[in-house]
Ligand binder design. Structure first.
Ligand code: HEC
Ligand code: CU
Length: 371
């Protein structure tokens, strides 16, 4: 994981590392160590095991933060439990066959094959299939009228995000046209949302493991995903279908927040950019226009109105740069512009390596000021 999510190793890796560290301490070997295993330590180990199994974190289908993800996680646990029962039964039979003192009749062997080999697996799999399929119509049903609708376009290698007008949530702040941003989605907690997914290039897949299942994004077709976030937090989404050289650098953040916080954020996103006030930022705007950045990028409220690349109106306020590639900070704006293709292979933005250091700094100051 790079930026955008939680920096550093995930909870599971941390837990595994500290299990290793403890095991490596000499005093924990031998009888003493076992005697030393007090209640709190047992509890700690149990919870560490829970972490290892559950793999919590901002991008885990087993740590659900939404209605749909909870239902999917439940299927997973039922299947795991079912598999465990089948495994124990099979092992038991194998041991019985190997060590049984006396042989059984042919009739017994036949019954075992018919029930254990055909009937029980057929019933088990049918029940599982019915359970899984029964959830599908609900997952695919359109959201209630008036629900928040967000159009997400998968591009090589970033996500164009547009909050569509016509919902109770968006109509408070903007009545005309969608509100556009990139690589970041914010959602009000407890509100149903429908994503309308499309792409102009190749097949991608839209996946926020903490919130819902994975949906393919297919050229020439619109696919949909409905979900309801239930827990506030910052989650990580990713492209889950190989789409080219920088497929692995196509992440996005999903921030689930309280309604009031969300409303304030959306209202800010709807506003055009402010004129650069400081001299350094003004110089940056000059570099921006002189180098034709506005041919591909829009900064609402300015003359830049390109549509090829991400809308930069509020780029300074986003959680990351380049679809989860770099943290959003001054030095990284400069690096992004000067070494684009080295940082992100196959990217559809030319690198501006010919810009001087002061020009890059001014440009970065301008972009960072677009909050
Ligand atoms: C030919 C079109 C094109 C031109 C010209 C261009 N860009 Fe880009 N830019 C893109 C594309 C496409 C992306 C998305 C790349 C990705 O993440 O895969 C991008 C991404 C960015 C990002 C990251 C945005 C985000 O939300 O992560 C910044 C910042 C940026 N460009 C700044 C600039 C600046 C400054 C210039 C001029 C010096 C410039 N671009 C010129 C196409 C262009
Ligand atoms: Cu991809």
């Amino acid at each position: 994981m790079t930026s955008g999510g939680s920096g550093g190793p995930s909870a599971c890796c941390r837990a595994a590392a500290s299990v290793r560290n403890r095991a490596a301490r000499p005093s924990h070997w031998g009888v003493d160590a076992r005697a030393e295993m007090t209640k709190p330590r047992q509890a700690w180990l149990l919870s560490a095991a829970g972490w290892l199994l559950g793999c919590s974190g901002p991008q885990s289908a087993l740590d659900p933060a939404g209605r749909e993800a909870e239902e999917l996680a439940l299927i997973f646990w039922w299947m795991t439990a079912g598999c465990l029962v089948i495994w124990v039964a099979s092992m038991g039979l194998a041991l019985y066959a190997a060590f049984a003192a006396r042989s059984r009749s042919m009739a017994f062997a036949k019954r075992l094959i018919i029930y254990g080999g055909a009937a029980i697996p057929t019933i088990g799999l049918t029940v599982l299939l019915a359970y899984g399929l029964a959830l599908l119509p609900e997952f695919l049903a359109p959201a209630r009228p008036g629900s928040l609708r967000i159009a997400v376009t998968a591009e090589q290698y970033w996500w164009r995000v547009r909050y569509l007008p016509g919902s109770e949530v968006t109509d408070r702040v903007a009545r005309r046209g969608p509100i556009e941003l990139a690589n970041e989605i914010r959602l009000p907690i407890g509100q149903e949302v429908e994503f309308l997914l499309d792409t102009p290039d190749v097949i991608h897949a839209f996946w926020i493991p903490s919130l819902a299942g994975k949906v393919d994004v297919i050229p020439g077709r619109q696919t949909r995903l409905r979900l309801l976030p239930t827990r506030a937090g910052t989650y990580r989404g990713a492209c889950a279908e190989y789409c080219g050289a920088s497929h692995a650098w196509m992440a996005f953040s999903v921030v689930v927040q309280e309604r009031a916080e969300f409303d304030a954020w959306l209202a800010a996103q709807a506003r055009p950019a402010l004129e650069p006030a400081e001299p350094a930022a003004q110089e940056g705007w000059r570099v921006f226009t002189a180098n034709g950045c506005g041919a591909c990028h829009a900064v609402r409220g300015s003359s830049a109105d390109g549509v090829v690349g991400p809308d930069l109106t509020h780029v300074g306020g986003r959680l990351s740069l380049g679809a989860g590639l770099l943290p959003n900070q001054l030095v990284d704006f400069g690096r992004w512009v000067a070494e684009t293709d080295a940082l992100k292979p196959g990217v559809h933005m030319p690198a501006f390596g010919m810009l001087t250091a002061p020009e890059l700094r001014a440009l970065a100051t301008y972009l960072e000021s677009l909050e």
